[in-house]
Write a protein that binds this ligand. Structure first.
Ligand code: AMP
Length: 229
């Protein structure tokens, strides 16, 4: 779900209770919170700040959904996370709230969220408006099929988060109207769907512009495999 610098990847599926590290590092010994029988895990058990908890209360969320319970602590701890959950299970807030936590008080465009469709991008932007804007973490949305000018204006405010469909983000990169050099967190929302839609070349192009895959020769990350033939 999110890809960040220098960390392990965790694969989380909400239809199993397993949390699997896909790397062989043994740095992590703390399992994600698991409810004992009869015990309910609350948002306050996930390592979130009081500011986030207040915004979650205001949003009317009472308890975390399974994907939130499993993935939020891992994202907060800086792990790369692959999450798999059904639509409508609160996945947008799952990544939005921890991304906001990690960017609060910082400047520059540090995170991008790639969305398969304009509608999903807009919904994700709305989620950042709810959980990020009150804390000074600003997002802008770059989607196709709408005029460029409002997007150019939004970019001039140096949003910490860019939510975009891959094609429109590449358009901005080609025009030189967006810089991703400092991006340290990437969310590939519905990654399987984006690949099915043929966005692999754009995703690779975007990733190589970020601080994640940029010029760091020590990076063990690679662009996603692709077929040149
Ligand atoms: P999503 O799966 O991200 O599209 O979210 C589906 C809906 O669930 C959205 O309207 C969210 O605001 C809402 N939602 C997300 N997390 C929770 C939660 N823990 N409790 C209640 N509603 C939630």
């Amino acid at each position: 779900m999110t890809i960040e610098n220098d960390n392990e990847t965790k694969a989380l599926e909400t239809d199993t209770s397993a949390s699997t590290k896909s790397s062989d590092s043994d740095n992590d010994d703390s399992p994600p919170p698991q409810a004992k029988p009869g015990e309910v895990i609350g948002f306050e058990d996930l390592g979130l700040s009081d500011e986030s908890l207040e915004l979650i209360r205001k949003a009317g969320y009472l308890v975390p959904t399974p994907i939130q319970e499993q993935a939020m602590p891992e994202i907060l701890d800086g792990y790369d996370v692959i999450g798999s959950a059904q639509t409508g299970t609160g996945k947008t807030a799952t990544f939005t709230i921890p991304v906001v936590e990690r960017l609060a008080g910082r400047g520059g465009t540090l995170a991008i969220v790639l969305s398969p469709t304009r509608e999903i991008a807009q919904q994700t932007f709305d989620c950042f408006e709810t959980f990020g804007k009150p804390r000074g973490v600003n997002a802008c949305v770059l989607i196709g099929g709408v005029p460029m000018n409002p997007q150019l204006e939004a970019l001039k405010t140096y949003p910490q988060v860019i939510v975009a469909t891959p094609g429109r983000l590449v358009d901005h990169m080609e025009r030189g109207t967006v810089w991703l050099d400092y991006v340290e967190m990437v969310v590939l929302d519905e990654a399987d769907r984006m690949l099915d839609m043929g966005f692999l070349p754009q995703i690779n192009r975007i990733m190589t512009e970020t601080a994640l895959l940029g010029d760091d020769p020590a990076s063990d990350r690679q662009a996603l495999p692709h077929d040149d033939g």
